[in-house]
Design a protein around this ligand. Sequence first.
Ligand SMILES: [Zn+2]
Length: 183
Amino acid sequence: MNIFLKSWRKLLALAGDGTPVVVSARERRHRFCHCASKGINNCSCDRYFSQPDCDMGWDSSRDCYYHGYDLYMLVASDSDSDLPVFPLLNPASMHDSHGFLHTFFRMRNFLPDFNVTKVLLDSAHDAMPYYKYFRRKRITPFIDLNEKRGIKTKYKDDFTIGKDGIPVLSHLNNHDDYKSSDK
Ligand SMILES: [Zn+2]
């Protein structure tokens, strides 16, 4: 581990994303009024929330709402097995673009001598302030473009991804040549 810490102080490529953490099927809240004993079940008195840092969020991969946290995880993308660098539990309602900010700047405070040189993020983070910040800090961003934002043409469209996940340049249309030259 010490080897990793030493190298991260020089160069660290971070990947970040949020993942749903379900804590209960519904919100944990309790009455502390006596309306129910008087037969009033739908009162609007204050409730006691036993887990106030959780809330409801949208799980986009399962297409459903859930109650809990959004676990935002920063990992070392250039390590052998994506070693975790800094995790943070945010409320489930927090969008990943905000989850990154909370996690990243807290990480910088806890680990001030890590020198982040690259970040890899998905299209939820495709926003101009990100690019401006990273340019100012000399961090190279790799961010999926968000096609919902009306981007018609791809910035770079000279390669496709083969079935094995290896990029194939369009002017090298024989994928087998690439493979055989690799052996
Ligand atoms: Zn009440």
